[in-house]
Design a protein around this ligand. Structure first.
Ligand code: ATP
Ligand code: MG
Length: 347
């Protein structure tokens, strides 16, 4: 298949070196070394992204805007093939090619607050530069991705129709914990129905592996733009808080290892607000701490819903996998809320 695709870009596969690349979970990624430089070739996972051409539509619009208004910004849009297409559909599969950003690297985990600061700066910069772009022109590549009201309804539905009564019984404590913290859903409803904070161009997948760093560990740009769509800043800030402040991921089963690193939270705050500047209005700023609750809670709720529905969405590598992931996120939520005062106080 790859031998058919590369010639469409004028690349001779027999004169190139092609290797699987990175630890991405969603798409298939290869690195292609050619005489004219290196490229990243990706097959889009269209089980997840049902309409890959919507991704292409969004990126093209954003590129057009940024090329006009901020031509120096490093925006990683897909290359065009010889016929001008930036997303190819071949035998039911979808592909695109990016120029490899030379002398860049990505990180799998945030090990130092400075890395969190740099990453948050890159996501803040992205939304600030696009604050003059009309976000409503973008298509929802994952409809209702961060719609917590809907996710909560789906959770309640799963509680009423679990795959087995036994699973519901095992999950009883966690179910209660989700319901006890329902005020997080109510706050989201207030935000989304009251036009309290603006819809912006939001990345929606701000884990640290979606930032490229230079050799000095300074942030270069954001990548993985498949989930860029209209949203609230709490989505981007929330997922940074969820994934950078805790030294272990949702896969950790030793709950004693779950902690909230205050210096990482402050680094996210400083990096994001320094880049966003006045673009982030006071009302939004007042939801900065809430952003972490919103994302951690939503992730817990989604894992638990999946456990109740037989792991059909996230899959499971062992019995109770999604139950443990939900438990992990609820422990993180508890520890995060316990530190509210400290987190909110400026260092
Ligand atoms: P995820 O698990 O985040 O969904 P994914 O499957 O969507 O991942 P990407 O995040 O787009 O894949 O890419 C995977 C990895 O490939 C990145 O973490 C990065 O290391 C590398 N990468 C992607 N694009 C580029 C690029 N243009 N230049 C250099 N490296 C890149
Ligand atoms: Mg990625």
């Amino acid at each position: 298949m790859l031998n058919k695709i590369l010639p469409l870009y004028g690349i001779d596969p027999s004169a190139s070196e092609i290797k699987a690349f990175g630890d991405g979970l969603i798409n298939h990624t290869w690195i292609v070394k050619t005489d004219t430089g290196r490229f990243i070739l990706q097959q889009v996972n269209h089980q997840v992204f049902k309409k890959p051409f919507d991704i292409d539509h969004n990126i093209r619009l954003l590129k057009e805007y940024l090329d006009t208004v901020y031509p120096d910004y490093l925006f990683i849009a897909a290359e065009k093939d010889l016929s001008g297409k930036s997303m190819l559909q071949i035998e039911g599969a979808y592909f695109r090619l990016f120029r490899f950003v030379e002398t860049s690297h990505s990180l799998n985990v945030a090990e130092h607050p400075e890395q969190a600061f740099e990453a948050a700066g890159q996501f803040g910069k992205f939304s600030r530069l696009l604050s003059g772009f009309d976000a409503s022109q973008l298509r929802a590549t994952l409809p209702d991705f961060h719609n917590l009201s809907l996710r909560y309804q789906q959770f309640l539905h799963a509680c009423d129709h679990p795959v087995s009564a036994e699973r519901k019984k095992i999950a009883a404590k966690l179910i209660s914990c989700i319901i006890e913290n329902k005020d997080i859903v109510e706050t989201f409803e207030q935000i989304s129905t009251g036009n309290e904070i603006p819809l912006r161009v939001i990345h929606h997948d701000t884990k640290i592996s979606n930032v490229l760093f230079d050799a000095q560990e300074k942030g270069l740009c954001v990548i993985d733009l498949d989930t860029v769509m209209p949203g609230y800043f709490i989505s981007d800030v929330g997922d940074m808080i969820r994934t950078y402040v805790c030294p272990v991921s949702e896969e950790e089963t030793d709950m004693g290892k779950i902690e909230v690193r205050i210096d990482f939270y402050h680094a996210i705050y400083k990096g994001y607000t320094a880049e966003m500047g006045n673009t982030l209005n006071d009302n939004e700023a007042s939801y900065f701490f809430y952003a972490g609750k919103f994302l951690i809670y939503m992730q817990a709720l989604r894992f638990l819903t999946d456990y109740l529905l037989d792991d059909v969405y996230y899959g499971s590598r062992y019995e109770g996998h999604n139950l443990n992931r939900a438990k992990n996120q609820l422990v993180l939520l508890k520890r995060y809320m316990e530190k509210e005062e400290l987190l909110k106080s400026q260092p």
